[in-house]
Design a protein around this ligand. Structure first.
Ligand code: AMP
Ligand code: ZN
Length: 114
């Protein structure tokens, strides 16, 4: 999608600070990190929100979650722990409408989240 920020990361029009890539998934550091490690894992396919997922996307979402676990290991936070977050629409604070999984680590997380 031509006017989507994260599609531009996939195409390379805007170069991401990349930490992981495979044929279906890209991961890069968040520009405004909320923890010492803050990475966004995105599908290369443009999907606006979680509400737009269908059955055919099930393996892709699995890939995103598995990529987060791989990155956590790569970054050395798999044992200490990490949080994954998927925001959907306004009440959750979604600001970029191309789905992305937040991977946050390197500090104690709190519950409930804000
Ligand atoms: P959300 O609020 O869940 O939609 O998350 C969007 C995330 O994208 C926020 O954490 C932003 O800091 C992040 N973000 C926005 N622009 C960029 C960018 N150019 N590079 C990396 N991360 C970005
Ligand atoms: Zn997109």
């Amino acid at each position: 999608m031509s006017d989507c920020l994260f599609c531009k990361m996939v195409s390379g029009e805007i170069p991401p600070d990349k930490v992981y890539e495979d044929d279906e998934v890209l991961a890069f550091r968040d520009i405004n990190p909320q923890a010492p490690l803050h990475v966004l894992v995105i599908p290369k396919e443009h999907i606006a929100t979680l509400n737009d997922l269908d059955n055919a996307h099930r393996p892709l979402v699995g890939r995103m979650v598995q990529a987060a676990a791989k990155i956590a290991a790569q970054e050395g936070v798999d044992a200490s722990g990490y949080r994954t977050v998927l925001n959907c629409n306004a009440d959750a604070g979604q600001s970029v409408f191309h789905i992305h999984l937040h991977l946050l680590a390197g500090r104690q997380m709190h519950w409930p989240p804000g």
